[in-house]
Write a protein that binds this ligand. Sequence first.
Ligand code: C2E
Ligand code: MG
Ligand code: MG
Length: 741
Amino acid sequence: MAIGNFFSKRSDKRGTEANALGRDVIGKADPRRLVLLDDFEAADLGWFWATDSQARLIYLSDNAAAQFGHDAEQIIGRQLSELFILDRNEDEQEGRVQRPLPFLLRARNSISDLEVRIANGERYDDREVWWSISGKPQFDDEGNFFGYRGSAKDITAVRESQRETGRLAQYDSLTGLANRHRMTKRLTSILTAYKAAKRSCALMMLDLDRFKQVNDTLGHPAGDELLKQVAQRLQRIIGGTGEIGRLGGDEFQVILPDIEDRGRLGDLAARVIQMVSQPYSIDGARAIIGTSVGVAVAPFDGIETEELVSAADLALYAAKGGGRGQYRFYSSELKDGAKLRRQIEEDLRDALSQDQLELHYQPLIDARSHEVKSFECLVRWNHPERGWVSPGDFIPIAEEANLISALGEWVLKQACKEAASWPVDLGVAVNVSAVQFGNADLPLVVKNALQASGLAPYRLELELTESVFIGDPATTKDMFQSLKRLGIKLALDDFGTGYSSLGYLKTAPFDKIKIDQSFVRGATEPDNNNAAIITAIVSLANALGMTTVAEGVEAVDELELVTGLGAKLIQGWIFSKAMPQAEVLERLDSGQLKYEAHGPAKHRADRISMFRRIGVIHEDHRYEAVMRNLSKTGARIEGILDVPLGTDLVLDLGGGQLAVCKVRRSEGPEQGVEFEVPLISDGADGLCTRHRISPYMLAAAGMPLAALPPGHYQMPHSDRSKSPPRFLQIDLTSDKARKER
Ligand code: C2E
Ligand code: MG
Ligand code: MG
């Protein structure tokens, strides 16, 4: 339909007008005016449409009709609003609010730049076409409505680019994951909705371990590729259970709505760590990284976005401090932990210059003859106020604070110097952190330490962990060769805990493999395959001409087992703890090279010895008690007198953690209790309950809803009639109580 046919009807009154200056102008009635409009339509600069009083289409530009896959004639007569899809959701999501077309037509309102999606049917069903339409209702001289006259234009390209800009503002262009902005928005809207619905939501923070090394050694494009692969792995694990975002750099975040079970969260975190730590192949090169994970759960650890994020951050920080490759749940003690860490970092700088560090030596004993073959040097820090600080606590801080090279150099020099005074057939093993291994100066540092002390190179052994394989394999290989050229030995420490791959063993020139304590521990318990793993490691080491050490042997049954499985050397408290040089020299001077096994017959299930104040709830009374040790299945408590066997108690472990238990052993003020539901690991050495009492329940029982203080909670239903306490509580700090015990 040409526009002339239709619009001419209402514009034919005045005919051709000559301009006053006699120029050739197109007047309203000039037929050329219609040609002009036809050209305008044909050039797709804009289209025209018209309806009758029933909102049926009576005109549509040809090119506009073509977008429906039809000729204009086929469309004429249809209801205007049928030509468009009503997709309010999309508009609402993108923040556009407009009255829908049928409403405007019914109300005979003007239509102004209304964005509509055309119903272009099967023909182009994979392509969305959007128009912007405008139109005005028409009334005749008597004021009768006779339809709309309007225009339309295609705005598909504009909308697509708007949408792309919107997407860019919300998503990380490298990985396609949500960006920080979107994650914060999502978390805030989830937390707001969940607060009202009293639902829970977990937040997981991830930080890649040693990503920087990959970036530095393999280059930034490789780093980018690695981040993409990490994102894919995360998507595979998390799937539809949560939303994943990349906050920037090597930081990721996962929002997990409706999960508060810390058993489930721990399993998920462990899977994330395991999957992210598998080797990556990037343009033919191999790269290995790890990750640490911090977890916080609303409403227990925080109710507002900021609170929850900072709780998850603190948990992540603690996980990293705990040696990386770990997950950690938030607990209120972590706040103090972060402060302590900063303090330790400061003090460590002084310690290095003020001789507060000392080396202790733990013997490695021949499994058959029980004679000492060498000593492992373990650094000790005698802090002026805190006393002995464990290297497990300060080595990770030293690594992060760039102090490890100075510390490592001091240890190497000192160890070589002290070992030089031992008999010549005794070696010394020195731990070298992956950060030191990544420093090209290491061979020189070792060479200097050997020269200064006069220690023969074959007597020095460096203990490396699997994390040295992170980064560029070629650089790693060069470092191995430079070290071996010095004539020293190399041991692979803590084997099986990190980024384990038997592949390393074939290519790296190790003289010794140290089987991590975690395999020795529990190897004698039924239903675990640690013994099979130890056997496999030993036979592989034998085949490759390497010797094996079983670490952390404490009990007689463990010693028998690992010896039977073929471990050549034993290191563990069953023979000796680490001792100062003076004690080593004393033993050596008196010729005591043989060690005797002293230890419990069996290793007991992990118990954590402690002195921790807890609450004990019985019926509607609450007692104060001290927890002496804690395992997954039970605890030993002290402070209440004469509780009968079989009594049901609830232990209040703080932070909303209530554990229902039964008294299985009872002697005076001491009870052994068994938990109804076993505790779970908190990712580090600690234990926690799977579920917690929600602050909403506490609020219902009259407690404030704000973030939970670390302390004690009554059972939510404790406002029932008070019955007198059944048991006598004793004050463990009083002299009388101490004497009685
Ligand atoms: P590691 O190299 O695996 O050292 C063995 C750790 O296990 C030592 O802990 C040792 O005291 C402990 N251990 C030995 N036998 C037993 C046992 O029978 N039962 C139990 N439960 N534990 C046992 P320590 O001294 O606390 O050192 C912890 C870690 O700190 C070391 O693990 C090592 O990775 C690191 N470290 C220690 N000294 C240095 C050092 O000079 N430089 C570096 N870079 N790291 C060090
Ligand atoms: Mg070691
Ligand atoms: Mg070890």
